[in-house]
Design a protein around this ligand. Sequence first.
Ligand code: MG
Length: 434
Amino acid sequence: MAGHGMTFAVHHGEYWRMRDHIQKMQGEEQFSCGVVIVAAGRGERAGQSAEGPKQYRTIGDRPVIAHTLDTFATWPGAGPVVVVIHPDDEELFAAARKRMAGTVELTVVHGGATRQLSVLAGLEAVAATGTEYVMIHDAVRPFFDHALLDRCGAALRDGAEALLPAIAVADTLKRTTTAGFVAETVPRTDLYAAQTPQCFRLESILSAHRQAAASGKSDFTDDASIAEWAGIPVLLVEGSVDNFKLTLRRDLSMADEKLTRMAIPDVRTGNGYDVHQLVDGDGVTLCGVFIPHDRKLSGHSDADVALHALTDALLATCGAGDIGDHFPPSDPQWKGAPSRIFLEHAAQIVRERGGTITNADISLIAEAPKVGPHRQQMRENLAAILGVSLDRCSIKATTNEKLGFVGRNEGIAAIATATVVYTSRSKLDVDDRY
Ligand code: MG
């Protein structure tokens, strides 16, 4: 921005946040601003065809509009949110809304024949909520952030009647002749590219919109121009270069790549713990290996304490309850069952939910029998059951130094940790069966 001879009114949201904090301490009312999201466009320039309007196209595994809505949903200053959609897009919007990470109270209204008339419909709906301020934002600008909203909120609170985020034009501009030659170079000093959200005192912009519609004007392409037309002074605040509008098909693929690069790996760990009592017998089954011994583990199934702990650890990576939920001890069909069934089932749940098991680690705590000679076979069993390589399966064993119930040979305990990387958020977000 430097060198353009202009200083933006508000550079940081810090001041606003601090003032909010002070007002909160003083018991004053929190700032709240209504939001109108304009999502009624058909978006022909992005290549309409069978792929549908671009606000519903997928970037970073979710529809564009879900990203946009989430940024408002998680901003403390957001008041009532109105989304203006095309009447044909009810189903698309309902599906997109389910893909939001956050939740927000939404009113959905149908748009009009032009962007201007769609915004008017949204403003009428948001006015019904009694909000004092409104932000009008294009659904196809998913890359705005809270810092930008803070700057806008601060300017509204400082008394601006109308404002828009803008960035200085960086390219040299040429005006052309109809024949495609340069007619002149346009000085770019004082030239800014307008973004959204454009923000207003609701009363002012609603009245300007009504006036414009009543006078037969219906082709204003942004709301600041309606404010200008109505003689309302429009303040510029610093926009954000990331806040670009998805216009062309190429913009969508760029946005998708950007989000994929930014994605935080969804790595989850779960732990499990189990104990079974030792009673007189001829051997114990640990990690699917039968080890001859003068005792056995008591339990409904084969009492494989190690596989039980790991089953719980796997289920814990996707909130899928515990082994008792899936295989109730009261159910006679699991009597004497090999515990690999339980672990296979947990691994299947994890995979169905988009998980890839990357590590399984079990610690056995027992005074006897010795685990060491069987460790390799145990790891091989785990690798086969889970369908992962051997180096991702770990078995460790320790005694309990003759302390406690384990030390007295009354039982064997196992602790397990599972690590799973989830790549498909869709199943996790939508499927809440467990
Ligand atoms: Mg058990």
